[in-house]
Design a protein around this ligand. Structure first.
Ligand SMILES: O=P(O)(O)OC[C@H]1O[C@H](OP(=O)(O)OP(=O)(O)O)[C@H](O)[C@@H]1O
Ligand SMILES: O=C(O)c1cc(=O)[nH]c(=O)[nH]1
Length: 173
């Protein structure tokens, strides 16, 4: 049974107010500190259980983005029963030098998994990286969509964004 308190508990765990510079360079007066719900194993597991219902049925690989997306994708994989890839922002110049660690992505239906989406810029960059490796990407799934253009930026790349929670859904709490 869905937990109606889950959005409130996620919000209580991670919502901060103040002055923040975001990845996109924008400034904001609120910030969702994903590491706070990711650091609580029970809360993270509940987040993952909720996200599992949103995984497209033809998905073959879950690809979590460095760094906050990695904990989410591992938790989600346990519920979805799918293998994970761990997507770096840049490959290391040593070791395997792979940008996407873990499960192979070439020729497979890959779902992008992210924590918080603002402009969608990081997802667009990582989608391009994974497509260059041969991944078939049509969908992305995040925990929180701040509803600041991410959905539209991804749609321009033929990627549909789904979210467990949105900023406007928190407004109703
Ligand atoms: O939609 P965007 O405008 O791209 O912004 C969202 C991105 O920014 C944050 O990552 P951050 O760069 O803070 O990295 P981290 O996960 O490594 O902490 C967040 O985890 C997303 O990856
Ligand atoms: O846009 C971002 O960089 C960003 C926003 C936010 O609320 N939380 C986060 O981790 N990153």
């Amino acid at each position: 049974m869905p937990d109606i308190d889950l959005p409130a508990r996620i919000h209580a765990a991670c919502h901060l107010t103040g002055e923040f510079v975001l990845r996109s360079g924008r400034t904001a007066t609120e910030y969702f500190d994903k590491y706070q719900f990711e650091a609580d194993p029970r809360l993270l597991d509940e987040v993952a259980a909720g996200m599992a219902a949103l995984v497209p049925p033809d998905t073959e690989v879950l690809a979590g983005l460095e760094m906050g997306g990695i904990a989410v994708v591992v938790a989600l994989a346990r519920h979805a029963g799918l293998p994970c890839a761990f997507v770096r922002k840049a490959a290391k110049p040593y070791g395997t030098r792979r940008l996407a660690e873990g499960a192979a992505v070439s020729g497979r239906r890959v779902l992008l998994v992210e924590d918080v989406v603002t402009s969608g810029g990081q997802l667009v960059l990582s989608a391009a990286d994974l497509r260059a490796l041969g991944a078939d990407i049509t969908d992305a799934l995040c925990v929180i969509d701040r509803e600041e253009g991410g959905r539209e930026a991804l749609a321009a790349e033929s990627i549909t964004l789904s979210a467990l929670l949105t900023r406007s859904s928190f407004a109703a709490l």
